[in-house]
Design a protein around this ligand. Structure first.
Ligand code: AMP
Ligand code: GLY
Length: 423
């Protein structure tokens, strides 16, 4: 089988690495890929949002299965376009990808199906948004651009003044372009965050193991939100009881609610949850795997991933047994370019990669890298991550940090506390 993975980040590197191990697969192709992906897949210079280009590539290369990593092509309808050409593709169709691409839509779905979530208020007019804040009691509130903003469209405002500024940035100053014309204010929730990603064919739901991401750029959850600075899995506090609570209160009503409006959601369904004193609350849905959650999850996923993808597409997920998981802990630590998530420089040579011995217990997954002759260069905000397995979180952390510390490039930044709250 020829498989095409769409995307070029760390999540796609982990997907290519995992899919390449499948006995069902002859060759993995990736568009556009990166310098790390090129070690496990044929990289093709087609951008991940060039849907006609990707359709043409899949036809020309005789691709049997396409797997989409990022949200942008999913929200733009890549699945609809491939299926219209009779091409097999993994992911939700455009209508269902709105779950991620339109936060107001996702919040309405929660409200209609009584899925536990923070209170929310949607605005399209800045003066109305400002008036709302001025009439509300002083205190923290969360401000979100309704559309896609690469994980950067959320501000946790400590007070009214910051909330007004965030709303102004999004609605008047157009910081996120069209994505920020409409905003959602949300009740501020406290607790531990958990990412729970499930495979679903619209009827059967197969949750993966829980993971925790670290979104803020600095240690101690300080600084602005990023796409994710590191992640680990499993999350011990999410035990069987909590997991079944999340399944029954969040995943089931979401999948059933979506089924009412068509043939059903197929793909990875990502629930970003806050575990509050009164149970799980949905912070966001994504229509894909998380980045960097995928990296530790796939290090632990011991079964062949490809049959799960194929059965999801065919609507026959119920025929498969639950996958095998490595019981050990995986920790993934990201190295980013100095300045990220603000402006940063690229093109810095990355040193130290050759000295690292990778294997089943340690992988370096590339996010934003490119190759120039024999050099690997930085090419994005998130550059690469070390992902390691250990008997416990301390051992996995020690392995991941000792690997990431041997890699260097100008401006490199690493959060030192990934997984540190777990012992
Ligand atoms: P999102 O992209 O919607 O998951 O938001 C990004 C991050 O902002 C989350 O991972 C949380 O850390 C924080 N956040 C989002 N919504 C809330 C909320 N209602 N209460 C507290 N923190 C939130
Ligand atoms: N790591 C968060 C996300 O993928 O949205």
């Amino acid at each position: 089988m020829q498989v095409l993975v769409v995307g070029g980040g760390g999540r796609e590197h982990a997907l290519c690495w995992k899919i390449a191990q499948s006995p069902l697969v002859d060759r993995v192709h990736c568009a556009p890929g990166n310098a790390g992906i090129a070690e496990v897949a044929d990289c093709r210079p087609v951008k991940d949002d060039d849907i006609p280009g990707l359709v043409a590539l899949a036809k020309k290369d005789g691709i049997d299965l396409t797997v989409v990593g990022p949200e942008v092509p999913l929200c733009a309808g890549i699945v609809d376009a491939f299926e219209a050409e009779g091409l097999k593709i993994f992911g939700p169709s455009r209508d269902y990808a709105r779950l991620e691409g339109d936060k107001a839509f996702a919040r309405e779905l929660c409200r209609r199906n009584r899925i536990p979530s923070p209170s929310f208020w949607t605005f399209e007019d800045f003066s109305q948004a400002k008036a709302f804040l001025e009439n509300r009691e002083e205190g923290p509130i969360v401000v979100k651009a309704s559309g896609l903003a690469a994980g950067k469209g959320v501000t946790v405002a400590e007070n009214r003044e910051q909330a007004i500024e965030a709303a102004r940035d999004s609605m008047e100053k157009k910081r996120f372009g069209d994505s920020g014309r409409r905003i959602v204010f949300e009740e501020f929730l406290e607790g531990e965050e958990v990412s729970l990603i499930a495979l679903t064919d619209g009827t059967t739901i197969l949750p993966l193991e829980p993971a925790q991401d670290h979104k803020q750029v600095f240690d101690g959850d300080e600084g602005p939100n990023t796409g994710g600075m590191g992640a680990y899995s499993p999350v011990p506090s999410v035990n069987h009881r909590v997991l079944s609570q999340i399944e029954s209160q969040v995943l089931l009503p979401t999948v059933h609610g979506l089924r009412r409006s068509g043939e059903g959601y197929r793909g990875f369904l990502y629930a970003g949850l806050m575990m509050t004193h009164s149970g799980p609350r949905v912070l966001e849905f994504n229509c894909r795997l998380g980045d960097p959650e995928t990296q530790p999850l796939l290090m632990r996923f011991q079964s062949d991933l490809v049959p799960y993808l194929l059965h999801t597409i065919d609507g026959t997920l119920a025929e498969l047994e639950a996958p095998e998981w490595d019981p050990r802990t995986a920790v993934c630590v990201m190295a980013t370019s100095g300045g990220y998530p603000g402006p940063y420089k690229t093109g810095m040579p990355i040193l130290g990669l050759d000295g690292i011995e990778t294997g089943p217990d340690l992988q370096i997954f590339h996010s934003g890298t490119s190759r120039r002759a024999s050099d690997v260069l930085t090419a994005g905000g998130r550059v690469l991550a070390a992902c390691a397995l250990g008997e416990n979180v301390a051992e996995a952390r020690e392995r991941a940090y000792s690997a990431i510390d041997r890699i260097d490039f100008l401006g490199k930044h690493v959060r030192r506390d990934i997984g540190a709250r777990e012992r």
